[in-house]
Design a protein around this ligand. Structure first.
Ligand SMILES: C[S@@+](CC[C@H](N)C(=O)[O-])C[C@H]1O[C@@H](n2cnc3c(N)ncnc32)[C@H](O)[C@@H]1O
Length: 325
């Protein structure tokens, strides 16, 4: 994001110098017009995606009515992933609402269909439900520490008759999950910010008790990597999304290796060159939403870490973390 803004400032600077020196005044005008057109088109696409795909007016409507409870039942926002309608509240939404599409894309391209998926730190379960809706798994387990998130998941299970295929646990990390749960693929969008940092501005503005964003001393990550071997099938994978503003893959390398896990690949969700490519790989998702998704992922330097356990079934895992983000 910073780089893009700096590049834009440099471009405007060059145009202004051209104008000042009276060199190519028409070119300067043309460039400004093109930039303006580009950003206007982008704005239209974003507004379209927000209104038609993410149903932003539904959210404003609920806020307007000051709902929360109505005749004893909570009113939720809804988002559709194919045939599954997921209930959620905005405050439980940690980006998974649109990142779910990127998980579907990555899992279908790189991992393929599996039997049992688990979503860690699931919130309302956007990622897990979208994998289920896209037929990338048979069964789904979800867990989060926040009881409000569990309530939304129960609502989704009930409304979509998914009692036979989906299980949910309220759990601090993996503590309350029975060991008969065995997973082929774990996905997650855990809190990205591994606080504390000794920056005065930081301590002033960031509430480290905000469990949506902060993972003080990496506890949520460390406990997960310590315990996951009880639940991961021998050839199972873990696919987490993390924020490049806070960490890079090397921050997790030691944590993983101490628990006999290995990063097989880490990769930026969207690089600048990827921006306008491969729209067709997102089946059933409009181009407007893909652009919005990519803008968000690019601006926040979001990256994936894909890891597996080191065991007799995977003796020679490829280490591609050199040069990782
Ligand atoms: C970035 S939000 C992601 C929410 C949702 N998965 C999404 O993508 O929108 C992080 C989630 O981690 C959960 N969380 C934080 N600490 C946790 C813990 N100790 N155990 C389980 N879940 C936790 C929060 O309740 C929150 O739902």
């Amino acid at each position: 994001m910073k780089k893009t803004i700096i590049n834009l400032i440099i471009l405007v600077g060059i145009i202004e110098i051209l104008k000042f020196l009276h060199i190519y005044p028409n070119l300067a005008f043309l460039l400004y017009t093109l930039i303006l057109l580009f950003f206007s088109a982008l704005l239209c696409v974003i507004i379209y995606a927000l209104v038609s795909e993410l149903k932003i007016f539904q959210m404003i409507g609920l806020l307007w009515k000051k709902t929360g409870t109505e005749s004893g039942t909570r009113q939720y926002l809804k988002i559709n992933y194919k045939n599954i309608e997921v209930s959620y509240c905005w405050r439980l939404q940690g980006g998974g609402l649109i990142m779910a599409h990127e998980f579907v894309h990555i899992v279908s391209q790189r991992i393929g269909r599996v039997e049992h998926v688990f979503e860690y730190c699931s919130g309302p379960g956007f990622i897990g439900f979208s994998l289920l809706a896209n037929n990338l798994c048979d069964k789904l387990t979800l867990a989060d520490v926040n009881p409000a998130a569990i309530e939304t998941i129960k609502e989704t299970i009930k409304n979509n008759n998914l009692e036979d295929r989906v299980t949910v646990y309220q759990s601090d990390c993996l503590d309350s999950i029975p060991e008969n749960e065995q997973w082929d693929l774990v996905v997650g969008n855990p809190p990205w910010d591994l606080v504390p940092r000794n920056l005065p501005w930081y301590q002033r503005f960031r509430n480290k008790n905000n469990i949506m964003v902060c993972d003080p001393d990496s506890r949520v990550h460390k406990k997960f990597f310590q315990d996951i071997h009880k639940f991961l099938k021998p050839n199972g994978s873990i696919l987490f999304i993390e924020g490049g503003e806070y960490t890079n893959a090397n921050c997790f390398k030691q944590m993983l290796e101490q628990n006999r896990l290995k990063i097989i690949k880490s990769f930026r969700a969207v690089s600048f060159l990827d921006f306008f490519k491969n729209f067709k790989e997102y089946q059933g998702v409009s181009i407007a939403l893909v652009i919005l998704l990519r803008l968000g992922l690019y601006a926040r330097q979001v990256y994936f870490i894909w890891s597996k356990s080191i065991n007799s079934k995977n003796p020679n895992l490829l280490d591609e973390t050199k040069g990782a983000l």
